[in-house]
Design a protein around this ligand. Sequence first.
Ligand SMILES: [Zn+2]
Length: 216
Amino acid sequence: MESLISEDEIKNEIIRISKVLYDRQLINALGGNISGRVPGSNEFWITPSQVFKGALTVDDLVKMNLEGELIEGVYKPSMEWLFHAAIYKVRPDVNGIVHAHNPMVLGLTLAGKEIKTTITDEAVLLLRRIEKVPFKLPGTEVLAEEVAKAASTGARALILENHGVIGLGTNLLEAEAIVELLESIATIEFVSYALGQEPKEIPPDEIEVAKKYWGI
Ligand SMILES: [Zn+2]
């Protein structure tokens, strides 16, 4: 059973992660969005629309339910609340969602390179499976449907083509770690490609050993 996290802890985590993403240039002033599910419920806290992401406070956050009804908060929720709700509906294991606009991940992806889950031990353990989502206009039902379809495969990381990434965690910290790791892996790959080399992957038999060892 997962440890129960309080709503105050969820809200503080969202604020902390928002600052980290902005400082690491994984989102711009109005970009990205973060949500955390209230454990065991159909309610979640999410970042607001059109508020500077580098200096959010807990009072800026919005609480809503999976049907899209507003429960608490003064601002409008992120325009992407639809895909947050869609993910929570198809993935009961997910309690934290972080969406950012990782430049390295997007750059490599748009150049036709794959973000590999097999080039570091951390990626094998944390990323496990990445799904790509074809471009659809942000904030639309059709994007939410595509995101839900990709999430329902059990993926922990989604790459939205021409847009950004989504980390799906059992908690907010894990979702943040996935988004940050995606950017690290993309940077490692970029360095390899810049030096004219394919990034070397961990041998498949070693990956099998690791997966058994970690029970994943
Ligand atoms: Zn976005």
